[in-house]
Design a protein around this ligand. Structure first.
Ligand code: IMP
Length: 434
């Protein structure tokens, strides 16, 4: 079984925890897009791990983690993460495989990211300032530098020329910039010494793993509504967080994906700018933020919070072919008298069941809510579905109806064990757990 686990909302759905929980059923965990803009927080035995670039599967000994060609890699950010994991007692060693075709994030990408945001003024995207967008721009503009280029196997001076041309072009573009291309080159040559043992042909590696009977989990970063093609463009990240990214970002065929698990919070959050129909700028929004500790794992920014948007999740189910959902952070809703679900939008007097692609139209959409009675008993740390309060079970059942897929997993707390995998679901069949 090879399963994709991806975000069904605007990112931060709790994918890290779900990937970590399911990893014992897999030998390989592979990231297919994004970069160190992602922040996957995982708690194991009360210890907090925040992963940005390395798949959350790394916390399990014996599991190999793959960074695909669809990912953009900042070598210094990667080394920092490897070192932090070591300090926390997790040895990466030879359990990491990095695609030779992955593009590099270079120092000028970070500068360009910040500059581009400043230029947009009020229309800024609210990026993570990690250089993600500019690195993907260079990739698509066919002037990017790939991890494999650092091997300098070509007899030509490919790497030297590429670095010099790119740095000089950026110096020209950025006022008063005097970045030294030779230093950038020297740093990369130094970085290569450490990177080299991890660098491989990822497509071939995954194919061989599959033929050897090993299972792979494909780990998405960000979420469907942040996808460059299917998200709320231009308020998106610069890669394909949706299912197609698995094939292009790892070099695997569609037949290598046997199931798709979407991860969605029991409410909604968004970081950065852009439309967010169910946003709550009131005391309930603040309560969700405080109780759910909704602050960015990468940037520390407070997340915007709102009710569950079934229009958005239904859209994610369609775009990704999601078979089942992992519903996270249910416990954050404990104690609320009333909970709302957005089931459709009202846009200039018209009822809309589907997410509009036009940003202006989406911004003008008002959520149409259905109200559900809350529950007073805690769901926190409940580990059997039958033990959930009746109100919580009713809420989940209604979410399943309005999104059209079952909630195979329900997460009731931040710890690995605060999770319900429902026996009767497709998920239980995928991940036959001990
Ligand atoms: P970028 O990916 O840094 O270019 O940022 C583009 C948009 O994606 C911004 O709105 C970010 O806040 C958002 N974003 C990027 N990574 C994440 C993530 O891991 N979780 C949630 N939002 C993210």
């Amino acid at each position: 079984m090879n399963i994709a686990v991806l975000g069904a909302q605007w990112g931060d759905e709790g994918k890290g925890k779900i990937v970590d929980l399911l990893t014992p059923s897999f030998e390989v965990v592979a990231r297919y897009q994004g970069g160190h803009n992602a922040g996957h927080t995982v708690y194991v035995n009360g210890k907090k791990f925040v992963l940005h670039l390395i798949p959350s599967g790394i916390l399990h000994p014996g599991v190999t983690c793959v960074i695909g060609n669809g990912v953009v890699v900042d070598p210094q950010a990667l080394f920092k993460e490897v070192d932090t994991l070591k300090e926390l007692g997790v040895e990466v060693g030879d359990r990491l495989v990095i695609s030779n075709k992955a593009h590099l994030i270079l120092p000028y990408h970070r500068e360009l990211d910040v500059l581009s945001e400043a230029r947009r003024g009020d229309r800024k995207i609210g990026t993570t300032s990690r250089g993600i967008g500019p690195a993907y721009e260079d990739k698509i503009g066919r002037r990017g530098v790939r991890v494999g280029d650092l091997a300098e196997t070509s007899s030509e001076t490919t790497l030297v020329d590429a670095i010099r041309a790119n740095v000089e072009a950026r110096n020209h573009l950025i006022k008063d910039s005097k970045m030294d291309w030779q230093k950038v080159l020297d740093d990369l040559r130094e970085a290569w010494k450490r990177l080299k043992p991890w660098v491989k042909d990822v497509s071939l590696y995954l194919d061989q793993a599959r033929r050897a009977g090993k299972s792979t989990m494909y780990e998405g970063a960000q979420g469907t509504l942040l996808d460059i093609d299917h998200g709320t463009y231009p308020y998106v990240t610069s890669s394909n967080a949706t299912i197609g990214g698995v094939c292009t970002g790892l070099g695997v065929g569609a037949g290598a994906i046997n199931g798709v698990l979407g991860v969605a919070k029991a409410y909604s959050t968004r970081v950065g700018e852009g439309p967010f129909p169910t946003e709550l700028n009131d005391a309930i929004g603040q309560r969700l933020r405080d109780t759910g500790m909704e602050f960015g794992a990468s940037t520390g920014r407070p997340r915007r919070c709102g009710w569950y948007d079934a229009v958005a999740v239904r859209y994610a189910v369609r775009v990704n072919g999601i078979d089942a959902l992992a519903l996270t952070k249910l416990d954050v809703l404990d104690g609320l008298e009333e909970i709302k679900i957005c089931t459709s939008y009202s846009c200039n007097g018209a009822s809309m069941q589907e997410l509009p692609s036009d940003l202006g139209q989406l911004a003008a959409c008002q959520p149409v809510y259905e109200s559900i009675e809350g529950w007073t008993e805690p769901t926190k740390s409940v580990r059997r579905f039958a033990d959930l309060p009746a109100g919580a079970r009713r809420y989940i059942a209604r979410l399943e109806e309005v999104t059209g897929v079952p909630a195979g997993i329900v997460s009731t707390g931040s710890d690995r064990d605060d999770t319900i995998v429902r026996d009767d679901s497709v998920v239980a069949r995928w991940f036959a757990r001990d």
